[in-house]
Write a protein that binds this ligand. Structure first.
Ligand code: DAH
Length: 366
């Protein structure tokens, strides 16, 4: 083997042993750089006789080709290996299951509101909202409770010290009913909405808190009557409590914003619990509990909503969301709802990924 063959073989061996692009670059500089050994040989060709040049030239060029090609190939191989390694290190397996012990849970009130929205959406109802800081026109006057109306005394209202620009008294809304007015004025008729949200009254014991939740329902259309109201409430309560044997009883009542007004009772059955005590389970007709207020929307309220009561009729209802949650999920002290105790939430909360659906059941525990 000549010296040139040896040098080429050494260089190729060094390339094969190089493990980084930097090491390959060093070999390239040593061979093909300005002061590299192959460059020196090429330069030497210039000082040779024509005979020497034609004998040595092809050999030197062949070495340059072989070494140059090997350098390019080795560099490419090392660079792609490096890229592969970087990609492998940054890989995220998106098929990994969710953590087995997720933190946090959905509060029963949020859960029930989601269930209500799901059930009513299926009946063609949209969700509507209004402000919690209301004026007394929307909260009372437009709902047929003028300044002097004794019904205003039924509510223990939190008033603000200041009035708004129009001279209206401002207050924390005492019910979700003002959303009826706001939605009629904003959207006209026909309408099918529910309006869930917070309401406030100065009241506090085991079954009353100064802030609690209601959901309002309002349907405005032509030819609406009490039968529509009863069917809607029955269909909703059967879906909500997931029982077909829910029975409703409509009792005459009075609300300023409905005429006629009905109070709706739901039938229950007494069942002996494990502790031997009788528990009320909804369904059947052994006893009755009062559940919600409702009625045909008063003509004056339809007028206040900017609609002609000779053309448009409707029904409305209002029900406590917290009470629905207590009845469905078996909590007995309303105050615990708002304590923010992580143990209570851990026990009564719902999984964030278990979105209520009509087919899958509306309440899946965390
Ligand atoms: N706003 C009433 C309350 O807070 C509940 C209610 C009763 C709402 C009858 C209605 C209704 O829409 O028709 O006590």
């Amino acid at each position: 083997m000549t010296d040139l063959d040896q040098q080429q073989a050494d260089t190729l061996a060094a390339l094969a042993a190089a493990t980084t692009p930097d090491a390959v670059e060093a070999i390239r500089v040593g061979a093909l750089g300005k002061a590299g050994w192959i460059s020196a040989l090429l330069k030497a060709l210039g000082g040779m006789t024509p005979e020497q040049r034609s004998a040595e030239g092809p050999r030197i060029h062949a070495v340059r080709e072989a070494v140059g090609g090997a350098i390019t190939a080795r560099k490419a191989a090392l660079e792609s290996a490096e890229l592969e390694a970087r990609l492998a290190a940054g890989r995220i397996d998106l098929s990994l299951p969710a953590p087995t012990t997720p933190r946090g849970s959905i509060h029963p009130v949020s859960q029930v509101m989601d269930e209500l929205a799901e059930i009513f959406a299926d009946m063609g109802f949209a969700v509507s909202t209004g402000p919690e800081i209301e004026d007394d026109w929307h909260n009372f006057t437009a709902l047929n409770m003028p300044e002097t109306h004794p019904a205003r005394a039924m509510h223990d209202t939190f008033y603000f010290p200041d009035e708004d620009e129009a001279g209206r008294k401002m207050l924390l809304r005492t019910h979700t009913s003002p959303v009826q007015i706001r939605t009629m004025l904003a959207e006209g008729a026909p309408l099918r909405i529910i309006a869930p949200g917070r309401v406030y009254r100065s009241d506090s014991d085991a079954t009353h808190t100064p802030m609690f939740h209601q959901v309002e329902g309002l349907v405005i259309d032509r030819g609406i009557h009490l039968g529509h109201l009863k069917w809607t409430l029955e269909t909703f309560l059967k879906a909500f409590f997931e029982r077909d044997d829910i029975v409703l009883r409509l009792r005459p009542s009075y609300f300023p914003f409905t005429e006629p007004s009905v109070e709706v009772d739901v039938g229950y059955t007494l069942v002996n619990g494990q502790d031997g005590k009788a528990r009320r389970v909804l369904g059947g007709t052994e006893g009755w509990m009062e559940l919600l207020g409702s009625g045909m929307v008063n003509r004056r309220v339809i007028e206040m909503g900017g609609l002609d009561p000779d053309e448009w009729q409707g029904f409305a209802f209002g029900v406590g969301v917290d009470r629905l949650a207590m009845l469905k999920y078996g909590m007995d002290d309303l105050r615990a709802f708002f304590d923010g105790d992580a143990r209570w939430l851990g026990h009564y909360g719902f999984g964030a990924l278990d979105v209520p659906t009509l087919s899958g059941g509306t309440g899946v525990r965390a």
